[in-house]
Ligand binder design. Structure first.
Ligand SMILES: [Zn+2]
Length: 108
């Protein structure tokens, strides 16, 4: 007899929980910290749609590009040749980027 009332009660409770429970937490405050290092297997890492080929500096589409994983990060390349070039000496291309950034902010 009271099935409808019972259902309504739970539906209402569910709604309140969604509204003021988890939902409020997710939408309320988000600390957007771009830490840069995505170390940690947990958490949904989604590949970017575009990335820079570290060998030639070209902007490549990740779904068509050749990819390689180096020190926990995925790198994308315009061609298999550039991927091979990178894999032969990854620190050469990554080191070059790091050094360029470091010298940029140095005066005299
Ligand atoms: Zn390339």
């Amino acid at each position: 007899m009271n099935t409808l009332l019972y259902f309504a009660f739970w539906a209402g409770l569910f709604f309140v929980m969604m509204r003021f429970g988890c939902g409020a937490h997710v939408m309320g405050h988000g600390h957007h910290g771009h830490s840069g290092n995505n170390s940690g297997p947990a958490g949904g890492w989604t590949p970017p749609t575009r990335d820079i080929d570290p060998v030639c500096g070209m902007n490549v589409e990740t779904n068509t590009a050749k990819s390689s994983v180096y020190s926990g990060r995925v790198y994308y390349f315009c061609s298999a040749e550039h991927r091979d070039t990178f894999e032969a000496a990854p620190e050469r291309y990554l080191g070059k980027q790091a050094r360029a950034l470091a010298t940029e902010h140095r005066h005299a």
